[in-house]
Design a protein around this ligand. Sequence first.
Ligand code: FES
Ligand SMILES: [Fe+2]
Length: 358
Amino acid sequence: MSTFVKNAWYVAAWSREVGRTLLSRTLLGEQVLLYRREDGTPVALVDRCPHKLAPLSLGELKGDHVQCGYHGMTFDCTGTCVRVPGQQNIPPTARVTAFPLVERYGAVWIWMGDPACADIGTIVDVPHYGDPDWGLVDNQYLHFRSNYLNITDNLVDPAHTTYVHKNTIGNAAGEDVGVKVEQGDAHVLAYRWIRNAPPVPLVQKMANFSGMTDRWQYYYLHLPSTSYVDFGCIESGTEPTEDNKDRGFRSFSFNFLTPETETTTHYFWLHLRNYHAHDSAVSADVERLMTLTFEEDAVLLAYVQREQERTGVREYTRLGIDNAPARIRRMVERLIAQEAPLADKQGDARTTADACGA
Ligand code: FES
Ligand SMILES: [Fe+2]
């Protein structure tokens, strides 16, 4: 059974990847063609000609239209066939699905579920994006050979950092400080405060704290698969308002996971920080360190995926640290159940709002 939530916005590509050449990408198990119209508007169509199933991405752009590279059928950006070479009539089956798109945060977001449910208000909010006082590292991408839910497990699991990331961001300090978990309608949050502690090495290097600090780590998972980590510290005893946290040492790390297949995932990420915002050497450091860290996860999770496939089992033992991951999986299962085709529910008075998960 599919583990994909269809009624959600996913990053299909960074904006700069989509242009006047045909880009083919597998998203949620479907082959998708991406390009821009002459006016710059992005377009997404199923990358498959309805005639002999040739990938349209092997064809050519003709203005705003795509011409199949096999027999020349031509489709507009709504997926409607506008030309069949050699015949006048256009068969009613001669069309391809077009997907709603929106550009935000330097990325092209795609909606592959019921178009009636596509509400751009459900895209996660990225605080301080575009704020000149905050340093941005974006346009980042990794490919994970793992189902996306193994990655969401990992991204709300602070405990693994001590072991998986001992060469990068992990350290033993604070490992006994408990993690609290909260759940909202569309998110799960795992968080902890480490109070009255000396600043960690990164903070010592980047900021000037004379005394002890209160440090926070908030790991959010916005359903189905956007993760972000709000990390920072303030002088011990400072009231932890949002403004005070913004005046302290703070970063937001966003990971936008888009399932590619059931066993692979596109991993787009960006990072915002309020320290040394305009220092390109610091940006390069952030990029290098985050990439190394995420690659450590990617290596481990590829092995996890392999063993899951070999055994047909996801886990034999559940631990206390699995609280947040288990909640996410239950919430995702509920979303998928809500999306079960209306046709399967004869006599059921479900509305579109139900199917959209509203
Ligand atoms: S396969 Fe596309 S026109 Fe024949
Ligand atoms: Fe990790």
